[in-house]
Design a protein around this ligand. Structure first.
Ligand SMILES: Cc1cc2nc3c(=O)[nH]c(=O)nc-3n(C[C@H](O)[C@H](O)[C@H](O)COP(=O)(O)OP(=O)(O)OC[C@H]3O[C@@H](n4cnc5c(N)ncnc54)[C@H](O)[C@@H]3O)c2cc1C
Length: 162
């Protein structure tokens, strides 16, 4: 079965990775013209996300690019002194595992881990999916499922991922 995923940031490439591991063929459509390289914002990965990234074999790359932020200093105009927050203590009581990374770095790592097995279409967007499975895009020509139970079948019977 072919699975169409919308968005190539974080969730899209991770979903596509696991779908292909379980025998599905995945296409990810992303409206941005290319993988984003603007940095984004910091994303904190806690135990489940760290474990999933480890299973995907990308944890060493994520750790290489960690922001390493473990202290926050808040300055307020007029206050006598800044407030210092030890973030590492908050992280350690929140979860057994934690890595902070910029969102676009994370997206790039997941994209790199999937680019050989997943079809990526940048600069496009899904505009409609008909009940018989035909998908319409903003730019590309419509796609029809190869068999009758194509895209539409997934909406009724999602596969169970172990
Ligand atoms: C300031 C800030 C801090 C955050 N901190 C954390 C954190 O610490 N931990 C955490 O887990 N999360 C955090 N988040 C949330 C974090 O952004 C999301 O967890 C993560 O980016 C979600 O990934 P995503 O792939 O689901 O969505 P997004 O990263 O939002 O990506 C969606 C993608 O879909 C594309 N897209 C959208 N519409 C279409 C369309 N119609 N067709 C094709 N492509 C489309 C977009 O261009 C984008 O690339 C934070 C968010 C913000 C704003």
């Amino acid at each position: 079965m072919r699975i169409l995923v919308s968005g190539a940031s974080v969730a899209g490439p991770v979903l596509a990775y696991w779908l292909t591991r379980h025998g599905f063929s995945a296409t990810v459509v992303e409206r941005a013209p290319a993988p984003r390289r603007t940095g984004g914002h910091a994303v904190d990965l806690f135990l489940p996300a760290v474990n999933i990234s480890e299973k995907m074999g990308v944890l060493p790359r994520i750790e290489e690019r960690t922001t390493g932020v473990n202290r926050m200093v808040v300055h307020r105009e007029g206050a006598r002194r800044p407030v210092r927050v030890d973030l590492s203590r908050i992280f350690s009581v929140t979860s057994d595992r934690h890595v902070e990374i910029m969102r676009d770095d994370l997206s790039e790592i997941y994209h790199d881990a999937t680019r050989d097995d997943v079809e990526y279409v940048f600069g496009d967007s899904i505009t409609a999916i008909s009940p018989d499975g035909e998908v319409r895009f903003e730019n590309a020509a419509p796609l029809r499922p190869r068999r009758r139970r194509g895209w539409a079948a997934l909406q009724r019977a999602p596969p169970r991922l172990r």
